[in-house]
Design a protein around this ligand. Structure first.
Ligand SMILES: Nc1ncnc2c1ncn2[C@@H]1O[C@H](COP(=O)(O)OP(=O)(O)OP(=O)(O)O)[C@@H](O)[C@H]1O
Ligand SMILES: [Mg+2]
Length: 325
């Protein structure tokens, strides 16, 4: 394997008794990029992350983090990575600052460094004012931010985030995305799991979609959208009364046309920009006033539905803690 892959999963398998949680997952994450591991509840995301971060042993297969094998050199893997789990793991009885100090000390960092880096992280995660309050008094969003700050104190080159924004309000989510973008700009390699397609779309350079323990698709967000069905051109007329005439106008020029009276929209398969320009031209010469004409790509939601045949559903119980000693 080449060393420019910060993370490599090689045919990871995990059985829990009869349950096959992960069934042969492989992927690589080039250094300095973001991989979105996307899948519905129970797909095997957390189990995959736990194997890659030495928290649980693979039934078979292996993984490497910063070139270190999780089976043969787990200590080096742990030194190279930070992890923010699906459930916040901050110590509730310590203040934010104390939580940071504790983990910094566990990593063997010196007190002066911990103080400086800790202050900077509290600032970065908008926790500066709350830094001296015990974490018990924090909101869910503040705990998640503290959790992430703690996982960054040792400036690991590789960061694993298991559903980092679950439970955050939309504004906190966008703020966290900003912080993550900064980290990546500074060279951190990021693997994040998410059920939010938008999140993968926003942050990930590459997406691996898993369902029932196997990889069912991978690619850039754009590639995945392209895979799952054609783009469409959508014409929105200003006056509902024009819809029928608009349809008659374009029907001879498109393969098929779908009429949505409620939205005053006509949808036809996209056949390239030239074709769309031509369709737009038809309207120029008519008296029909348009609100909009544009190209609509399938959303990642559509992609997901297309790939899995189902939308994310809430079925899986939470995974228990199972530490490998
Ligand atoms: N410790 C465990 N013991 C038994 N079964 C487990 C354990 N951990 C996970 N599983 C099962 O393995 C499968 C994958 O679970 P996992 O937690 O990896 O999914 P996930 O993609 O993280 O889901 P979610 O989005 O709900 O977090 C599920 O069927 C789950 O019930
Ligand atoms: Mg999970």
């Amino acid at each position: 394997m080449t060393s420019h892959h910060a993370i490599e999963a090689e045919n990871l398998v995990k059985h829990f008794g009869e349950t096959v949680a992960v069934d042969g997952v492989s992927f690589v994450v080039p250094q300095g990029t973001v991989l979105g591991l996307l899948g519905p509840n129970g797909a095997g995301k957390t189990t995959t992350v736990r194997m890659m971060t030495t928290l649980t042993a693979p039934t078979s297969g292996t993984a490497r983090v910063a070139g270190h094998d999780v089976l043969t050199d787990p200590a080096a893997v742990r030194r190279s990575m930070g992890l923010t789990g699906q459930a916040a793991t901050v110590d509730e009885l310590l203040t934010g600052r104390e939580n940071l100090r504790l983990i910094g000390q566990l990593y063997g960092l010196d007190a002066g460094y911990i103080k400086r880096a800790g202050d900077e992280l509290l600032e970065r995660f908008s926790l500066a004012e709350a830094g001296d309050r015990i974490a018990k008094t924090y909101s869910g969003g503040m705990r998640r931010r503290l959790d992430l700050a703690v996982s960054l104190i040792a400036t690991p080159p590789v960061l694993f985030l298991d559903e980092p924004t679950t439970g955050l309000d939309p504004r906190s989510r966008v703020e966290l995305w900003e912080v993550l973008r900064e980290l990546v700009a500074d060279g951190t390699t990021l693997l994040l799991t998410t059920q939010y397609l938008e999140e993968a779309d926003q942050l990930a350079d590459n997406i691996v979609v898993i369902d029932r323990g196997t990889v069912i698709a991978e690619g850039t967000p754009l590639q995945l959208k392209d895979q799952s069905g054609a783009a469409a051109q959508v014409v929105t007329v200003s006056h509902a009364g024009d819809l029928e005439r608009a349809e008659a106008l374009i029907r001879p020029h498109v393969r098929e046309v779908h009429v949505d009276a409620g939205a005053r929209q006509l949808t036809a398969p996209a056949e390239g920009l030239g074709h769309m320009t031509k369709v737009a031209g038809l309207f120029d010469e008519s008296a029909i006033v348009l609100d909009d004409i544009g190209l609509k790509r399938p959303s990642l939601d559509d992609v997901f539905l297309h790939l899995t045949g189902h939308r994310a559903e809430d079925t899986a119980p939470d995974a228990d803690e199972e530490l490998v000693s």
